[in-house]
Design a binder for this molecule. Sequence first.
Ligand code: AMP
Length: 209
Amino acid sequence: MNLILLGAPGAGKGTLAAYLIEKMGVPSVSTGNILREAIKNDTPLGREAKQFMDKGQLVPDEVVIGMLKDRVAQADCAKGFILDGFPRTIPQAEALDTIASIDLALSLEVPDGVIEGRMTGRRVCLTCGATYHIKNMPPKMEDVCDKCGDKLVVRKDDAIEVVRDRLATFHKQTEPLKDYYGKQGKLKSIDGTQGIHETERLAVEALGL
Ligand code: AMP
C-alpha cells in the first residue's frame, strides 16, 4: 500500500508513521527528515532548504519533488511506502501522481491550539530522526535518544512564532490536499487528539489492517 499521512505540523504524523512501519512492513519517507539530514551534512541542498525551514516556510516544490522521486525509486519502497510530510502543496500532489499510485491519504485532525501545546515539548534526534515529547512520549533518559544514544534537541522550527507560521502555511497550502484526495475518493480522516494509542487504533481501523 502507498499511503500518505496528512496533517498539520505536530499532528503526530511522524509518531504514527513509526508505528505503521512495523504494522505494514513498509518504510516511511519523511521529506522533513531528508532535508534535516542535508542541513546536518551541510550540503548545497541543505543550505538552500535551511533558509525556508528556519522561517517555517515550505522548501520550493521542485527541490522536494526531485528528492522524493529519488527516494521512492529505491528498492525498499518497491512494496509500498508511507509518506510523512509529502505532498504539502497541490503541485507536489500532481507530481506524485506521475511518480506513484497512491492508495489512501489518511488525515490526522488536530486543532491548532492543541498543536501549539504539543510542539513546545517536542524533542528530536538529529542523528536518527526519532521524535519524543517531554510529557507524552519521554525518552528513557532525559535528552538522550533511546534508539541511537545521541543528544535530543528542540528543533529551531518548533519555536512558538515559527509554529504559528507553519500552521498558517499548512492551512493555506497543504489543507487543500484534503479536497484533492477527497475528490479522488482516497481520503480518510481520524481524530488525532486522543493520545498515541487511540490514534494508532483509529488508524488501524481506517486502514483495515
Ligand atoms: P516536517 O518535519 O515534515 O514538519 O518538515 C519540516 C520543514 O521541512 C517544513 O516546515 C518545511 O520547511 C520543510 N519541508 C518538509 N517537507 C516538505 C515538503 N513536502 N514541501 C516543502 N517543504 C517541506
